[in-house]
Design a binder for this molecule. Structure first.
Ligand SMILES: NC(=O)c1ccc[n+]([C@@H]2O[C@H](COP(=O)([O-])OP(=O)(O)OC[C@H]3O[C@@H](n4cnc5c(N)ncnc54)[C@H](OP(=O)(O)O)[C@@H]3O)[C@@H](O)[C@H]2O)c1
Length: 315
């Protein structure tokens, strides 16, 4: 699937957004405004068919690539390591080589799961990664491949991504509460929930900056880009139902449980909070407080507004 939104004929190539129907790619397209954006997804844009990518990229001739495509099924990746590596490592490397040859920037999205979560304080970009599973390991290898191949690469590590559409924790909670009045949610893992519309707004703000100022050496490298503040999965679930109450939504009992009571094939980082100071210093961007954005997202779900068309991103 390749389709364009609002071609404005700037004389420059479009911004190519990979990730097809994924929740982040959808939010970027929804916030496109008058920008020249093209979204590419499967089957036409498929990291499992790498031989076809160069011709597609040459035809689209983008001025910037935003890679929001990834193999994101954390547990399934353990038994599907080759597919995870194709999507999370080899595919991004191919994109990065194309961008380097074309002399254009690449914004590549990565994850807090490159860390083991044992630091006990918010992670900065210089902290040593130590992924606990195949997903995190393939994403870390993807970061490194992108940075090695493309001098104009910006790697945005984000976390706990949710939106009003797609597969995510917020919608899982709302759907589960329609079937049961008691939910058990892990309370001893903490992190920074990130709304798709906020990360999308940050990516577009970076794209605007690149278009206005051209490339600068300080733009290169890894940036943490997550919602402001932090909570546990249990705290996030409670905030979802507080917001849902304003719309007469379900009000289940949300029981706090320990990670040990909810075993998963892959160990999750117990504390993957991201320090986003570099994003603020270099790009002047601070994503909104997670509580505000959860409320905006839940409002969108209940108002049948598929994706919030605004973000309280601070620029
Ligand atoms: N979700 C989170 O909680 C989270 C947390 C931290 C970081 N991230 C990162 O944020 C980015 C965006 O994630 P998201 O939440 O938007 O994920 P998502 O909703 O699962 O979307 C991922 C997209 O990637 C596409 N994709 C998967 N394998 C592909 C392949 N082999 N070739 C081409 N496209 C492929 C999928 O296509 P189909 O629609 O065809 O399946 C899907 O559209 C990713 O880099 C992810 O690692 C996500």
């Amino acid at each position: 699937m390749v389709h364009a939104v609002t071609q404005v004929g700037t004389g420059r190539g479009p911004i190519l957004v990979t990730g097809g129907s994924g929740q982040l790619a959808a939010a970027i397209m929804a916030l496109a405004g008058g920008r020249n954006l093209v979204r590419a997804g499967r089957p036409e844009f498929d990291f499992d068919r790498p031989d076809e990518l160069p011709a597609l990229l040459a035809r689209l001739a983008p001025s910037l690539v935003v890679n929001a495509a990834a193999y994101t099924a954390v547990d399934r990746a353990e038994a599907d390591a080759e597919a995870a590596a194709r999507a999370n490592t080899e595919g991004p490397a191919t994109l990065a080589r194309y961008c380097a040859q074309a002399g254009i920037p690449l914004i590549h999205v990565s994850t807090d799961y490159v860390f083991d979560g044992d630091k006990g304080a918010p992670y900065v970009e210089e902290d040593a990664p130590n992924p606990t599973g195949v997903y995190g390991a393939t994403k870390l290898a993807g970061e490194r491949a992108v940075l090695a191949a493309c001098p104009r690469a910006i790697v945005l590590r984000t976390s706990w991504v949710y939106g009003a559409t797609g597969r995510n924790f917020v919608l899982t909670m709302l759907n589960a509460a329609r079937k049961t009045d008691r939910l058990r949610v892990v309370a001893d893992q903490i992190g920074c929930p990130t709304a798709t519309q906020d990360l999308a707004a940050a990516i577009l703000a970076i794209a605007d900056r690149l278009a206005a100022e051209g490339w600068k050496p300080e733009f290169a490298g890894v940036f943490h880009a997550a919602g402001s503040g932090w909570t546990s999965w249990h705290g996030l679930a409670e905030a979802v139902f507080q917001a849902a109450a304003r719309h007469g939504g379900p009000q289940p009992v949300v029981e706090a449980i320990a990670t040990a009571d909810w075993p998963t094939p892959v160990r999750r980082p117990p504390d993957s909070r991201l320090d986003c100071g570099r994003l603020a210093r270099v790009f002047g961007l601070r994503l909104p407080d997670w509580r505000h954005s959860v409320a905006v997202t839940v409002d969108a779900v209940f108002c049948d507004d598929p994706i919030p068309l605004h973000s309280a991103l601070t620029v």
